[in-house]
Design a protein around this ligand. Structure first.
Ligand SMILES: NC(=O)c1ccc[n+]([C@@H]2O[C@H](COP(=O)([O-])OP(=O)(O)OC[C@H]3O[C@@H](n4cnc5c(N)ncnc54)[C@H](OP(=O)(O)O)[C@@H]3O)[C@@H](O)[C@H]2O)c1
Length: 240
């Protein structure tokens, strides 16, 4: 029986690449998404990977969604907390709603997804939790107090939970992508994009596969000695 992996926000962008790479590596994959039914249907048609719709910001919806995935595919061995949003504004213009939405999805979301799965992983003495944080959680970013706070919180969560999971065969790790050539980044004006690339020592944006390969590495059964780690994949833009 192949191991089961659940990827949040797994139907688009970095998450889609993660879902496909895990499938390629032999996992049975479930991809969660929030609301873009069209993209999810296209993704399933192209890859054969099942998609499941719920918001990671809603604890009860996560518990119900996970129960459905486990009924369909079996116990989840690998959880990739990838779903994330931005609601950027300089702090003097940031609204309470922008703050709450980003914390609700990017920080509360990883609690909401990990908590319902935790005891099952403990009982089975195996689990892989991989949290997709960000370079901006490491260094901070103008107009992203909400996003940087949530992404830094993801790293703290990772380090704390890694200590609790260690004796139960559960590893908990974080990945911090730099600027990746997703639709969002490619939509910014070329001049802005060029100015971003100028700050990246390797001289290019990251590709979604640069992040997916880190996930496959951390998800492996053989990666059991790596826990509480933060893998930085940013082309050398920020070195911690
Ligand atoms: N792109 C970058 O350069 C970059 C850099 C550093 C870190 N990251 C992080 O990497 C992750 C993926 O980013 P991306 O650029 O690939 O994002 P993206 O292309 O915007 O895709 C986001 C995915 O997350 C899903 N999603 C959003 N809110 C959700 C919610 N409440 N519940 C469930 N799913 C939700 C979306 O679902 P729908 O399709 O239904 O909308 C979509 O599948 C994020 O955590 C982001 O912060 C990205």
């Amino acid at each position: 029986m192949s191991r089961v992996a659940l990827v949040t926000g797994g139907s688009r962008g970095i998450g889609a690449a993660i879902s496909m790479a895990l499938k390629e590596a032999g996992y049975t994959v479930a991809a969660n998404y929030a609301g873009n039914d069209e993209a999810a249907a296209k993704f399933t048609a192209e890859t054969g990977i099942k998609t499941y719709k719920w918001s990671v910001a809603d604890y009860d919806a996560c518990a119900a969604g996970i129960a459905q995935v486990e009924a369909d595919l079996g116990p989840v061995d690998v959880l990739v907390n990838n779903a994330g949003i931005t609601r950027d504004a300089p702090f003097h213009k940031m609204t309470r709603e922008q703050w709450d939405q980003v914390i609700g999805t990017n920080l509360n979301g990883i609690f909401n997804m990990t908590h319902p799965l935790w005891n099952g992983m403990r009982d089975r003495k195996f689990g892989r939790i991989i949290n997709i944080s960000s370079i901006n959680g490491q260094k901070g970013q103008f107009a992203q107090a909400n996003y940087s706070a949530a992404k830094a919180g993801d790293i703290g969560f990772t380090k704390a939970l890694a200590q609790e999971g260690a004796r139960a065969g559960i590893t908990v790790n974080a990945i911090c992508p730099g600027y990746i050539a997703t639709e969002m980044v490619m939509a910014v004006p070329e001049k802005v994009r060029e100015s971003i690339i100028a700050t990246i020592p390797v001289g290019r944006l990251g590709d979604v596969t640069d992040i997916a390969r880190c996930v496959v590495f951390l998800a492996a059964d053989s990666a059991g000695f790596i826990t509480g780690a933060t893998i930085t994949a940013n082309g050398g833009q920020y070195m911690t």
